[in-house]
Design a protein around this ligand. Sequence first.
Ligand code: ACO
Length: 326
Amino acid sequence: MTCIRSEIIGHGHYLPAKELTNDDLAKIVDTSDEWISTRTGIKSRHVAAEDEYTSDLAVKAAQMAIRTANISAEDIDAIVLATVTPDNTTPATSAKIAGKLGLKVGTPAFDISAACSGFVYALTMADNMIRLAQAKTVLVVSAETLSKITDWTDRNTCVLFGDGAGAVVLRAKEGNGTSEDTGILATKIYADGSQYDNLLSNGGVSTTQTAGHLWMNGKEVFKYAINSLTQAAEEVMSMGGVTSQDLDWLIPHQANVRIISGVGQKLGLPEEKVIVTIDHQANTSAATIPLALSESMEKGLIKKGDLVVFNAMGAGFTWGGALVRI
Ligand code: ACO
């Protein structure tokens, strides 16, 4: 039966110029390249300049996505931004990005706050808009400047995060309703509010009137992440009528290489099918998946027709997955 699918027609990414290696960090806090590499898989991360904002990173990734989609900014019917590091508390940073990109007046713009699951949440909302025929072409952007809410004196957290942005352009396309269609084949999002205190910024508008700094119960996050990421991947594969044997790639949220390999193993995937970018990007929260996707497509690693699962988990806790044929 024919149906509307949201096809990824463009991809983009951007990393700020300044790179901070593990050795650089060892000069700031009591840590070492050896500790960070073996516990997390991270070797270096990118950090935004003082006057470089989330919107600046987002605009660069979005411009690349628009270019690779071979469309112009006026073709976009809606923009969704996933971020936990907005430029201002209000308005939504997506509105600022819409203005900078020159989207046509009236184009809806909204932000989604779902932490590291932000891209999967945003993709789900954009796909729903397309399938309900509320929009034909939607720009989904994830951008973070986590360095601005990082406590650079806390070695437990400051070694884990980085700044960056990724984007995709989705466009409506008729499909046959089978797993052979290109586009988003299934999405599923979840949350568990009982885990609110295990991973958070310890400030906020209504509580402290500050943005706060990132804090987490690393061991709890670790355990929950492996199970929830596996569950989300299994669910979207089952919804799409495929198994892990059919997958060309898994693009998991990049929080820790040990979490990534744990999930890959639980899903029975060979290592070479699991995309890992954490070594040079660290954890850029909502941006890790579109950054990894765009980088892999630019390198020619991920190609048209490939079957891919995205899965993410983050503060909230939130988690989710998407099954996509590129
Ligand atoms: N350098 C050196 N030593 C450190 C550092 C550091 N940067 N950070 C912590 N340590 C020390 C600790 O103080 C502790 O010392 P102690 O035994 O003397 O008290 C020791 O290393 C071991 O610490 P653990 O917390 O047991 O280390 P663990 O093996 O659990 O690894 C980590 C910590 C990497 C944070 C891990 O728990 C983890 O990956 N958790 C998942 C959380 C995550 O990835 N969060 C990202 C955001 S959430 C998300 O994106 C889903």
